[in-house]
Design a protein around this ligand. Structure first.
Ligand code: COA
Length: 384
């Protein structure tokens, strides 16, 4: 196995891109990442995407995007793992480079969601739930997360307002991210008075539907030494769980998060206390709490305490969502995992402007598919 580094990053703003098609968005990110790395060719292109067939009426993204980016002929295909598609594509790129099958791999995550109605998008997202046992009962991802949140509040005696800190910190960090969907701060009062989407989830508990693309260029660490701004992938780990909530012994315990974090810590030879910042999967405030707990940053039932006590802010014990996270930057589902890694690379390069952490060395990213059925965790490290 070879060590793998990231030598180039690119991203588009996350917003409603009504004038750009899926292939244009992907190309914007790929070309930016190629320019950043200073490379022309690649051995392979992996595309993280969830909904192109359902929403954009387009599959076969690998060949399409390779051709459109001037890479016609190379190995290229789409990787789908629901909302974890982006990080799953990075994982594929990592394996290809680590295994010696490719020297330069470009990974792009791309999603275009806002051309369709909210109802159509909700139905598309629900394809990641159990189609035999959950979806026929009318469950959407908002509804699934609402059930989890209600159960959490009941089990641990938590109030809705205790979740405010997750959304407040995300919006605060998004203010200084030129690529973020929402660049406005959020007060706890506005969090509390937001309209109900599915009780107890209100608008400010949810990440927004959005369009966007982000890309990275990977190569062996040995060759990356020639690149001044490279960042090493210290760990890359995936774990899975059953799709449906009712098949889980304890739905408040995200076992695939636990397992992928455990594997990542073991690979990197570190623990949660060594992580300088965490780009977590705050698709809903309840997911933020549960993933902090399952990743070892808080005891079960104590995730909201970190948010209440300011431990998640840029100057806190474990800064999260440092460029806005899914809530503030936005959640173009299949692209999100690549945005998380791009932002972690920015932190480790020291180019986050007002949001820059002081000299971070280890950053963790975690991308969750469905209600916790596919979880991809990466630990990134500043290159010496
Ligand atoms: N947070 C804050 N504001 C939001 C928002 C969010 N998540 N979603 C939409 N808005 C804002 C819009 O910007 C718009 O503001 P404006 O009137 O000032 O322009 C307003 O709310 C209405 O937007 P609209 O697109 O009509 O909202 P909606 O009611 O159709 O959708 C949700 C809101 C929460 C239902 C939608 O964002 C959603 O489904 N989110 C979850 C997506 C999801 O499940 N992802 C997968 C996770 S596993």
């Amino acid at each position: 196995m070879r060590d793998v580094s990231i030598i180039g990053i690119g991203q588009t703003p996350v917003q409603e891109h009504w004038d750009r098609s899926l292939r244009h968005l992907a190309a914007d990110a790929v070309l930016a990442a190629k320019r950043d790395a200073g490379i022309e060719r690649a051995d392979a292109l992996y595309v993280g995407n969830m909904l192109s067939g359902e929403i954009a009426g387009q599959e076969h993204l690998g060949a399409l995007i390779a051709d459109f980016c001037g890479l016609r002929g190379i190995e290229a295909f789409k990787i789908e793992a629901a909302c974890a598609s982006g990080a799953a594509a990075i994982r594929m790129g990592y394996m290809a480079v680590a295994g010696g099958l490719a020297d330069v791999v470009i990974v792009v995550g791309v999603e275009k969601m806002t051309d369709e109605t909210g109802e159509a998008v909700a139905a598309g997202l629900a394809l990641a739930a159990d189609g035999d046992y959950e979806v026929p009962h009318g469950l959407t991802f908002v509804a699934i997360n609402a059930m989890l949140m209600r159960r959490y509040m009941y089990e641990y005696g938590i109030e809705h307002q205790d979740f405010a800190g997750f959304a407040v910190v995300a919006h605060q960090n998004a203010v200084n991210n030129p690529n973020a969907r929402f660049r406005s701060a959020l007060t706890p009062e506005r969090f509390a008075s937001a309209p109900v989407v599915a009780e107890p989830i209100r608008l400010m508990d949810a990440s927004p539907i959005a369009d966007g693309a982000a890309a990275v260029v990977l190569c062996p660490t040995e060759q990356a030494r020639a690149f001044a701004l490279s960042v090493r992938i210290r760990a890359s780990a995936v774990a899975t769980d059953c799709l449906s909530l009712h098949d889980r012994r304890n739905p408040l315990r995200l076992r695939a998060v636990e397992e992928s974090a455990r594997k990542a810590y073991a690979q990197a030879g570190v623990g949660p206390d060594d992580i300088d910042f965490f780009e977590y999967h705050d698709a809903f405030t309840i997911m933020a709490a549960l993933s902090l707990e399952a990743s070892g940053f808080a005891e079960p039932g104590k995730g909201t305490q970190l948010a209440r006590e300011g431990e998640l802010a840029l100057n806190g014990r474990i800064p999260v969502a440092t460029m806005g996270g899914l809530k503030g930057r936005g959640h173009p589902v299949g692209a999100t995992g690549v945005y998380q890694v791009v932002e972690a690379v920015q932190q480790l390069r020291g180019v986050c402007g007002a949001n820059q952490l002081p000299g971070p060395r280890l950053g963790m990213t975690q991308n969750i598919g469905g209600s916790g059925a596919t979880v991809v965790t990466h630990i990134l490290e500043v290159s010496e």
